[in-house]
Design a binder for this molecule. Structure first.
Ligand SMILES: *[C@@H]1O[C@H](CO)[C@@H](O)[C@H](O)[C@H]1NC(C)=O
Ligand SMILES: *[C@@H]1O[C@H](CO)[C@@H](O)[C@H](O)[C@H]1NC(C)=O
Ligand SMILES: *[C@@H]1O[C@H](CO)[C@@H](O)[C@H](O)[C@H]1NC(C)=O
Ligand SMILES: *[C@@H]1O[C@H](CO)[C@@H](O)[C@H](O)[C@H]1NC(C)=O
Ligand SMILES: *[C@@H]1O[C@H](CO)[C@@H](O)[C@H](O)[C@H]1NC(C)=O
Length: 220
């Protein structure tokens, strides 16, 4: 075997190692959780000769070696970190908005020194939608004998909800204008939706003759 072939083979070898290392990392997994949820980060490798590091935003916060866990950064999740030897997992409980960030699980076979697939998670913690309300006002146009209703759908949540009215017809957006004849009633149904939650509320409005000309109502 000549030297040229030998060196070509080793270059190929280096390339192959490079490619294998590149493919060693799984792509990012996006996780959407609500405030108060738990995040379980499990290894799914055989326990034998396993060494694992869990990182949050680059820094190691837990490690598993010699069949034992270490809470490396107890100040990070305080008493919200649970470590489980049965399935080599760590769980962050009672998530809050500030826990959003990047989690990485790095695993190695201690005996063979083979690096196992590194797992990447991008966690986004969101606020559930609460208190969807329909707020409205209206004016009675005496000349046409109709009421012009102007309605808003309002809710809190993170990320900000998007709104749609599903009755009387489906329309997008937080505002809706309708007109009703005197004495007519309509039940309106608004939905507020974000990445992790959806909530509905309904409101029945009635067109009545009112002397003030305008009325402002809040449903609680
Ligand atoms: C590490 O390698 C040993 C020997 O090949 C094997 O028995 C064991 O299951 C491996 N452990 C992991 C976590 O890959
Ligand atoms: C891992 O073990 C814990 C504690 O026994 C359990 O609550 C959790 O559901 C297990 N996770 C999986 C994916 O089996
Ligand atoms: C972790 O990184 C995310 C995104 O870069 C950031 O929003 C968050 O504040 C960081 N958390 C800590 C505790 O540094
Ligand atoms: C509803 O009417 C109000 C006042 O006339 C107007 O400002 C608003 O743009 C209208 N909204 C829609 C969604 O048509
Ligand atoms: C509002 O619409 C949603 C979706 O169609 C439905 O699930 C919900 O029951 C409706 N609410 C009421 C009070 O009708």
């Amino acid at each position: 075997m000549n030297i040229f072939l030998e060196s070509r083979r080793s270059i190929l070898g280096v390339l192959l190692v490079f490619l294998l290392q590149g493919s060693c990392d799984d792509p990012d997994v996006e996780l959407h959780k609500a405030v108060g949820d738990s995040l379980e980060l499990i290894t799914e490798y055989p326990k034998k000769d396993l060494e694992v590091l869990w990182k949050y935003n680059q820094s190691v916060f837990a490690d598993y070696r010699n069949d034992d866990f270490q809470n490396v950064k107890p100040e990070l999740f305080k008493n919200r970190l649970k470590m489980n030897k049965n399935n080599i997992s760590v769980t962050v409980t009672d998530l809050n908005l500030h826990d959003s960030g990047r989690f990485v699980i790095v695993a190695e076979n201690k005996t063979t020194s083979v690096q196992l697939k590194t797992k990447h998670f991008v966690l986004r913690v969101h606020e559930l939608i609460r208190d969807v309300q329909i707020v409205y006002n209206y004016v009675w146009l005496q000349s046409e004998n109709i009421c012009m209703f102007h309605l808003w759908c309002v809710a809190s949540g993170d990320p900000n909800p998007s709104y749609s009215w599903i009755s009387p017809q489906t329309t997008q957006g937080s505002q809706l204008n309708i007109s009703l004849r005197l004495g007519e009633k309509s039940t309106l149904n608004c939905s507020a939706k974000n990445t992790i939650s959806i909530k509905y509320t309904t409101e029945t409005v009635v067109c009545t003759e009112i002397s003030e000309g305008q009325r402002f109502c809040v449903k609680t």
